[in-house]
Design a binder for this molecule. Sequence first.
Ligand SMILES: [Zn+2]
Length: 218
Amino acid sequence: MMIEGRKKAGIFQKRKRPRTCVGCGAEEGKKNLLRIVRSPEGVISVDPTGREPGRGAYLCISLECLNLARKKNALSKALKVPVSASFYDEVAMYIKAKLDGQTNEKEKYINSKFLDLVGLSARAGMLSVGQDKVLQELKKGKKMLVLLTMDCSNNVERAIAGYKEREHCTVIKLDFLDRKTVHSKLNLGKTQILGLPLDSGIAKKIEALVTEGVGDYE
Ligand SMILES: [Zn+2]
């Protein structure tokens, strides 16, 4: 009981203590900020762990906020020591690398999650593969989520344009999927168009994933 109580108090405390970005001034959870630390010996460095001893200053992981901080000399003020231009450059490089890494990770996640969901819908018999099949369903009056590969032809886009106008389908062109991938990863042939019932849970999941990057990605 005691341990549980203490644990809860700990979580509560963490949530209650946002940090302020020295660039834009916004308050954020510690997790979303980059910590810069001045060690007890007076050395300034990026602190990826967020736990190095010393005086800390926080920045959003954004080059914009770093530039704001640079203009205001904010790191120097917060850490109470002179901070050189080259240190700001070093932080800029760190932030760039971190942002690139996040983009790649997120893309990888969306890719694999997308393939999982489409594979699942195929196995459940919900997936229409190819222009003929998709048009067949649309002609029957079914509302569909239509997925196009990035290399799909104008003809395919034109064929569904009318249905899209009459709101029979939501059309999403996927900038990460090509015919070859559909063939090799999904085993569905080299098709450029896939469709599934628009109001199905799986279509909603796919739509959220590819339009907003929503999923259980962390
Ligand atoms: Zn900021």
